[in-house]
Design a protein around this ligand. Structure first.
Ligand code: ADP
Ligand code: MG
Length: 212
């Protein structure tokens, strides 16, 4: 057993067994560095280049902290674009195969509201979406985040470049202060530091320069 085996983590055995089925033999560098503090419930800012495996780092973290028996929204992942949100939702569904009846819902702009509202009425454990549309649902009262445990800002640098900073602040105000906040980014501009100061509690910093 190498020190980079997923089985060294305090993760549910079924989640680890499913990773083997996905062909994930060992943790990537960013997973090995960020998963211990994430599983311990800390706020984490992680920087790593594209393809370093950031999705599974926060995906396993939010699944670890989720209680499938409580059918309400416990995790929210904000992504800059619909394409990225779809990719993240698909990866989380794969990681969650070991957990029965997990409901992952995407809420992105450019899609009609009606079906999203219908899906929200049916309920979900995890929302993956773009900031604008998630904010729209909060304002309309079709989405509540008062039971949120994990908030993930994925590709945070791109979301800031796209001008989502204030919208994200507004969304965060609708979440419990007790939540865990995870921020993932390929670069680390000064605005990221400013957001971290506003929305995170004593965050652990993880930086991986090389790929795997
Ligand atoms: P990032 O968000 O850092 O750009 P992704 O999370 O999209 O990277 O992961 C890139 C690719 O690596 C995906 O195809 C994913 O399935 C794969 N991957 C992630 N973690 C592992 C792992 N531990 N072992 C093998 N492949 C992995
Ligand atoms: Mg990514």
């Amino acid at each position: 057993m190498s020190h980079n085996d997923f089985s060294t983590l305090p993760l549910n055995d079924a989640l680890v067994a499913n990773l083997v089925g996905l062909g994930y033999q060992s943790m990537t560098a960013i997973q090995a560095q960020s998963l211990p503090p994430i599983l311990a419930g800390k706020d984490v800012i992680a920087q790593g280049k594209t393809g370093s495996g950031k999705t599974a780092a926060f995906g396993l973290g939010l699944l670890h902290h989720l209680d499938v028996k409580q059918f309400r929204i416990q995790a929210l992942v904000l992504c800059p674009t619909r394409e990225l949100a779809d990719q993240v939702a698909s990866e989380i569904r794969k990681l969650a195969r070991a957990i029965h009846n997990i409901k992952v819902l995407t809420l992105c702009g450019g899609m009609p509201f009606g079906p999203q509202v219908g899906s929200l009425e049916h309920g979900a454990h995890i929302i993956v979406g773009t900031p604008g549309r998630v904010d729209d649902h909060l304002r309309r009262g079709t989405l509540q985040l008062n039971h949120l445990r994990t908030l993930v800002l994925d590709e945070a640098d791109r979301m800031l470049d796209m001008g989502f900073s204030e919208v994200i602040d507004g969304i965060i105000q609708q979440t419990p202060a007790s939540r865990q906040t995870l921020m993932f980014s390929a670069t680390f501009p000064a605005e990221i530091e400013a957001i971290a100061r506003r929305v995170m509690q004593n965050p652990e910093r993880v930086e991986v320069k090389a790929g795997h």
